[in-house]
Design a protein around this ligand. Structure first.
Ligand code: CTP
Length: 397
């Protein structure tokens, strides 16, 4: 579970007091925990306890009254590797079934793109009621993982099935869940991302509009599947934190090449998504270039091709994937690059497709392998495209 990101939703049942122990157990496994509490759950355990144990602020409302900031429920679901709701009351369960979103926790459930797990907790008759059984069945068919309630003493004084699963058992479910989710454990992946900036003088450069989003999303998906990731990135606003991530920030193609040369040998997979400047200024001025004549002619020289270097220095056990952003005859150009740079796979996207390319959150890709087999994907968010790429590599190598 080390490095896994667990979003923990707490609803208002007496079992909420046990969540303090659950958080301790999860933290001992070196996973990260962020908590969302329903207002009712705050009567059962204090947000201060939860914040202290989870080492993160607790989220309760859509709005933070103090500073007016908004809690982004979409971002929370995208951050998490799993959204675990424990304890889950009969009331919130019914809301989840019907897609109600009257508090931050239920809104997060509706927008969550990560897997969801629930640990129901209620009195035995509530748990056995046909309505509850129907609701659990519905959530299961909505792909929610259910951690069944356990048998024992209940807050009502009755004895039966309805107690929230013990924290140790919930952790066992998490461990089992993540075991299935580690396609690339033991694999080291080298990823290049973002643009390169080629300096003209101390204040100017030649660059491009690449945001780095695609490469960062691919890194994130590999990390989610247990890989060690070495990410070499050009200038970007993207952020990513994970104990299995080594991130190197560079500016120029030459700097990116040096890091790739240093790390490629120890990696089993390379995914090169950086938009590397093909050329750089032949001379870099030490001082700011002053405005003088009506015309300024720049002489550019070719940059090293980083991907081609990795292709030339690829062992038979290494797998290399490149990207090709094309404006015309996309497949033909991509196949040429695949062969010329000695790649195993190339991801093609074309600016002819709406919603694909730089600066947008979506992408439509095709992947071509070295036997010229082509797989096409729908227009999707860059996060989903990254999931497709990682899944494709898992199935193809
Ligand atoms: N690439 C690289 N180093 C370069 C240029 C490109 O590593 N100096 C990599 C990119 O990261 C990408 C692939 O090569 O994975 C294709 O990049 P692209 O710019 O589409 O191809 P080029 O070979 O530069 O061809 P052209 O610009 O002529 O289309």
């Amino acid at each position: 579970m080390k490095g896994k990101r667990i979003l923990l939703g707490i609803t208002g049942g007496i079992a909420a007091y046990k969540i303090a122990f659950l958080i301790r157990l999860i933290k001992k496994k070196e996973a990260e925990v962020r908590c969302i509490m329903t207002p009712a759950s705050c009567d059962f355990i204090s947000p201060l306890t939860i914040a202290t144990l989870s080492e993160n602020p607790v989220l309760i409302d859509f709005w933070n009254q103090k500073d007016g900031t908004w809690s982004n429920h979409v971002e929370l679901g995208a951050w998490a590797d799993v959204f675990l709701i424990a304890p889950l009351t009969a009331n919130t369960m019914a809301k989840l079934v019907h897609g109600q979103s009257d508090n931050l926790l239920t809104a997060t459930y509706l927008s969550a793109t990560c897997p969801v797990m629930i640990a129901p907790a209620m009195d035995l008759d509530m748990y056995a009621h046909p309505a509850t059984l129907r609701n659990i069945a519905q959530l299961e068919s909505d792909h929610v993982h259910v951690i069944p309630a356990e048998f024992g003493e209940l807050a009502s004084g009755l004895v039966g099935k309805g107690r929230m699963a013990e924290p140790e058992h919930i952790v066992d479910h998490l461990i089992h869940f993540f075991k299935q989710d580690s396609l690339f454990e033991g694999t080291t992946v080298l990823i290049t991302a973002g643009p390169t900036y080629e300096k003209l003088d101390p204040v100017r450069f030649i660059g491009n509009h690449s945001s780095g989003k695609m490469g960062f999303n691919i890194a994130d998906q590999f990390l989610k599947q247990g890989a060690q990731v070495i990410l070499v990135t050009g200038p970007t606003k993207e952020t990513l934190h994970h104990p299995n991530l080594k991130r190197f920030d560079v500016e120029s193609a030459q700097e990116m090449l040096e890091l790739v040369q240093k790390y490629w040998k120890q990696c089993q997979i390379g995914v090169f998504s950086a938009a590397v400047s093909d050329y750089r200024p032949a001379e870099k001025a030490d001082q700011k270039i002053k405005k003088s004549d009506d015309e300024l002619i720049l002489r550019l020289i070719k940059n090293p091709d980083i991907l081609a270097w990795a292709g030339e220095n690829k062992s038979k056990d290494q797998v290399l994937m490149g990207f090709a952003l094309e404006t015309n005859r996309a497949e033909e150009h991509a196949k040429g690059k695949l062969k010329k740079k000695n790649l195993d796979f190339i991801v093609v996207n074309t600016l002819e497709d709406q919603g694909a390319g730089f600066g947008v959150d979506t992408n439509r890709i095709k992947i071509i392998d070295k036997n010229n087999n082509l797989t096409s994907f729908e227009l999707k968010s860059k996060r989903e495209v990254a999931q497709d790429i990682v899944q494709y590599l898992n199935e193809s190598i």
